[in-house]
Design a protein around this ligand. Structure first.
Ligand SMILES: O=P(O)(O)OC[C@H]1O[C@H](O[C@H]2O[C@H](CO)[C@@H](O)[C@H](O)[C@H]2O)[C@H](O)[C@@H](O)[C@@H]1O
Length: 263
């Protein structure tokens, strides 16, 4: 008679651990990506809104950190402010092209290529050739979304790469079922380092939560400052040193961070 073989879990184990909580007296600066990190993905990028409990948590955390909390997103600042009622927070929009410090001081990326109108027109025309692809016009950058038509991804990617090669000063930023045309020379890593130079972020230990390729720039900056880089989800490879499985786990962990900071 053969012996029953016990089931063995064959799935590779994620080598990354979950992030630690702050020790007593820890002085953290928290940077948060938005889509895929704080919020689950949805078909329509314009209809996404945070729930009331997430909003309350983020506002309480912002206060507990004396303002050292910033959203770092591919969305426009105006969009972030509307979504999170956060016009008084430091934030980086359009992958760092827009930046607002905690004191309200702004800087827009100085080198926006001259031919923005041409870029927008060309991107719009390209989107028109792909059924189901939704265009998000962010003025300085254009996002082409294919969440509603994922089968278009490969051919859209190929066509967008060919187009951007003819648009001096622009690069293609791939994301989660999105391809973005954006000016070269700025990314989330630069934005985080810029925010870290000023109060209330300066001198604190940086912590960054993000899920997407564009967040890898920020992970590199955070690692260089001995901070905590936290990948949300399972995307690999990643420079992040910690992980949480998704937005619900990110929210639960942030809630425990708030408890640790306030009790
Ligand atoms: O840096 P993020 O805050 O993660 O922003 C990246 C892009 O997020 C949005 O698109 C993504 O979320 C949408 C809503 O769930 C989804 O429909 C889309 O497929 C995702 O790629 C946003 O619309 C973009 O402008 C941001 O650049």
């Amino acid at each position: 008679m053969s012996t029953a073989i016990p089931a063995i879990a064959c799935a590779p184990r994620d080598p990354l651990p979950p992030p630690p909580l702050p020790d007593a007296g820890a002085c953290w600066a928290v940077f948060l990506d938005v889509d895929g990190t704080l919020l689950d993905f949805a078909d329509d990028p314009l209809s996404v809104r945070p729930g009331a409990s997430l909003l309350a948590l983020l506002h309480a955390l912002h206060q507990a950190l004396d303002g050292a909390l910033a959203l770092v997103s591919g969305r426009e600042l105006a969009d972030l402010d509307r979504m999170f009622a956060a016009s008084h927070w430091a934030a980086a929009g359009l992958h760092g092209l827009q930046l607002r410090h905690a004191d309200g001081g702004r800087r827009n990326f100085a080198v926006v290529p001259a031919d923005q109108a041409h870029m927008r027109e060309a991107a719009r025309a390209l989107a028109g050739h792909f059924e189901g692809v939704q265009m998000e016009d962010k003025q300085a950058a254009i996002a082409l979304h294919c969440r509603r038509a994922p089968a278009q991804w490969a051919s859209l990617h190929e066509a967008a790469a060919a187009l951007v090669a003819q648009l001096p000063g622009y690069e293609l930023q791939p994301g989660n079922l999105v391809l973005e045309f954006k000016p070269v020379g700025m990314d989330k890593g630069h934005a985080v380092l810029e925010l870290l130079q000023r109060a209330p972020f300066a001198g604190r230990r940086p912590v960054y939560l993000g899920d997407d390729l564009t967040d890898e720039h920020a992970f590199a900056s955070i690692n260089s400052r001995h901070g905590l880089s936290v990948r949300i989800g399972t995307r690999q490879p990643s420079l992040a040193e910690f992980t949480l499985p998704g937005p619900a786990a990110a929210e639960a962990w942030l809630s425990r961070v708030l408890d640790a900071l306030t009790h």
